[in-house]
Design a protein around this ligand. Structure first.
Ligand SMILES: [Zn+2]
Length: 244
C-alpha cells in the first residue's frame, strides 16, 4: 500500500471510530489529512453518495486542493461545505497534519450555555486534563464555515490550539497525526460528559492546582501520551479492526 493509500484508509478508520462513539449527528462531520509534501488534502466527502461517519470506507475519502476544489474522487461525492475549516488550518499551521470536525452533543451543550469545561479529574485521564489546562479555543459564531473568508476567520480564532469549541455547532481538533487529532476529539467529549454529569450531581470542584501541576508536568514536553498507541488500538478493536 502506498503512503497516500494508507493515509486514506486511516482517515476512513478515524471516521468509523468517531461514528461508532456517536461523536456526531447523522452523516455530518469530516476528518481530513494533509497529503505529505503537497498542497492537497484527503477528506471525507459529502454529497448524494456519501456514507455516515460510522460506515465510511476509503472510497468516501476524496482529494481536494487548498482552495477546497475536488481534484480526485468518485462521482456523487462532493467537497464538504466546511472544507475551509480544514484548508485554512493546513495553510496556516505547518504542524497540523490532521483535522477533525464533528458535532458532539454534550460539547455543543457547553458552547450553548457558555459554561467552561473545568479540570475535574486528574489520574482518571492526565492527557484529557492537559487538554483543558492548555486552554481551548472558541469560535463565537454559529454559522457554517463555507467560504475562504470564514475559513480564515475560524483559523485565527483557533490559533495554535489543539481544539476549538464552535458555538451552537461542534468542535474542531487538529494534530500532527490522524490518531492524535481523533483521540483529542474523543477526550474533549469525555471532558464535557464528566463536566455535564458532575453538574447534574452537585457542584463540580476543580482538582487542586498542585495536583494539576504534577499531572500536567508529567505529560510534558509536548509529546504523545505513553498511552496514545494503546488507546488508538482500543478504539480500533471496538470496530473489530486492527489499526491501519
Ligand atoms: Zn459543522
Amino acid at each position: 500500500m502506498s503512503d497516500v493509500s494508507r493515509l486514506r484508509e486511516l482517515v476512513a478508520q478515524s471516521c468509523r471510530v468517531l461514528g461508532k462513539l456517536n461523536l456526531t449527528k447523522e452523516p455530518s462531520g469530516h476528518v481530513s489529512a494533509r497529503v505529505p509534501g503537497e498542497d492537497r488534502v484527503l477528506i471525507k466527502a459529502r454529497g448524494p453518495e456519501e456514507s455516515g461517519l460510522r460506515f465510511v470506507s476509503a472510497r468516501d475519502i476524496i482529494t481536494v486542493d487548498f482552495q477546497g476544489k475536488k481534484v480526485a474522487g468518485d462521482d456523487g461525492l462532493e467537497t464538504p461545505q466546511e472544507v475551509f475549516i480544514h484548508t485554512w488550518l493546513y495553510k496556516t499551521r505547518p504542524d497540523v497534519h490532521c483535522v477533525v470536525h464533528v458535532h458532539p452533543l454534550t460539547v455543543v451543550l457547553f458552547t450553548i450555555c457558555d459554561k467552561p469545561l473545568l479540570p475535574l479529574y486528574g489520574a482518571y485521564d492526565p492527557s484529557g486534563l492537559r487538554l483543558l489546562t492548555d486552554g481551548l479555543a472558541t469560535y463565537p459564531r454559529s454559522i457554517t464555515v463555507s467560504n475562504e473568508q470564514l475559513g480564515e476567520e475560524f483559523a485565527k480564532a483557533m490559533g495554535n490550539k489543539q481544539s476549538c469549541l464552535m458555538r451552537g455547532h461542534g468542535i474542531t481538533t487538529a494534530g500532527p497525526a490522524v490518531e492524535e487529532a481523533t483521540l483529542t476529539a474523543i477526550k474533549l467529549n469525555d471532558a464535557a460528559e464528566i463536566n455535564y454529569r458532575a453538574a447534574l450531581l452537585g457542584t463540580p470542584r476543580p482538582i487542586p492546582p498542585e495536583d494539576i501541576e504534577i499531572l500536567v508536568g508529567k505529560a510534558r514536553p509536548n509529546t504523545r501520551s505513553v498511552h496514545a498507541n494503546s488507546n488508538w488500538r482500543y478504539y480500533c478493536k471496538l470496530l473489530d479492526e486492527e489499526p491501519v
